[in-house]
Write a protein that binds this ligand. Structure first.
Ligand code: HH2
Length: 269
């Protein structure tokens, strides 16, 4: 097994970041892993399936989600981070500095940051950092997202944040287009089609599309149905996007279905 603090190599198959939401309300696995023992057992299962990073989150950022106070978020994630950190690299999925600090103190080595504001903190703590693009905040981001040119705007935003973090001393910086974070179906597809523009910046790219709503809508359309397929029934679309993302040069894909995503990485990554 790779040393927990090893940086994901730039050559060879891409890496899979396994999703572990310790929340009651995440859109796909909400409520399943609120109990720390169940969460740690699931994390260990994802490691067995080939995840190189486990992404532990204590606040849902699904569209319309209500914010959680940092104390509650820390209470949820802390035992899970501590229980997994000796086995694998752990990232903390948070937009709150207090939560990031507590998780890093407990062994997390990446801050997975939907606010894209915690780059200086990652530099200060000497850990990796993922800058995610989001338009607005989770409560309102899907209301009416508008871009003139989504690929260029997202790319320029991420490059600016990445450069700033790097100047502050962050040595491991990832950029992520934030699929579904203030984006319509068309925006998501344009970003995926334009992924090479992000890869071409030279900053390593992470993509998280696993089980997201637009995949349920595409699957429903192909079945001739109006209602999106439920999150558990979006695996094929998730693997298709993961395969595409690796092929475009993304180095990490965030996934719920780790085993099949690792296989996709082996084939094309
Ligand atoms: N998406 C979600 C959460 N964290 N991190 C990165 N880097 N990229 C993403 O696209 C991303 C992310 C949202 O999905 P999920 O955690 O499965 O659900 P919820 O926000 O409801 O907990």
């Amino acid at each position: 097994m790779a040393h927990p603090s090893a940086v994901v190599p730039v050559d060879g198959p891409g890496a899979v970041m396994g999703v572990l939401n310790v929340t009651p309300d995440s859109f796909s696995d909400g409520g399943r892993y609120l109990d720390p023992e169940a969460a740690i057992a699931h994390g260990l299962r994802l490691i067995d399936e080939g995840a190189q990073i486990i992404d532990v989150g204590g606040e849902s950022t699904r569209p319309g989600a209500e914010p959680v106070g940092p104390d509650e978020e820390i209470r949820r994630v802390q035992p899970v981070v501590a229980g997994l950190a000796g086995n694998v690299r752990v990232s903390i999925d948070t937009r709150h500095a207090e939560v990031a600090r507590a998780a890093v103190a407990g062994g997390a080595t990446i801050i997975n940051d939907v606010s894209a504001d915690l780059g200086a903190l990652a530099a200060e703590l000497g850990v990796g950092w993922v800058a995610i693009h989001m338009l607005g905040d989770p409560r309102t981001m899907q209301d009416h997202p508008v871009y003139e040119d989504v690929v260029t705007e997202v790319r320029d935003f991420l490059v600016e944040r990445a450069e700033r973090a790097s100047e502050a001393g962050a040595s491991e910086v990832w950029i992520d287009p934030g699929i579904g974070f203030g984006k319509t179906m068309r925006h998501n597809l344009e970003l995926l089609l334009g992924l090479e523009a992000l890869v071409d910046t030279g900053w390593p790219v992470l993509v998280g599309a696993s089980r997201k709503r637009f995949l349920g809508e595409l699957a429903a359309a192909s079945d001739g149905s109006d209602a999106p397929t439920p999150p558990d029934d979006r695996r094929e679309g998730s693997i298709a996007v993961a395969t595409w993302a690796f092929r475009c040069g993304a180095r990490i894909v965030r996934a719920h279905d780790v085993r099949s995503t690792v296989q996709a990485a082996q084939v094309v990554g």
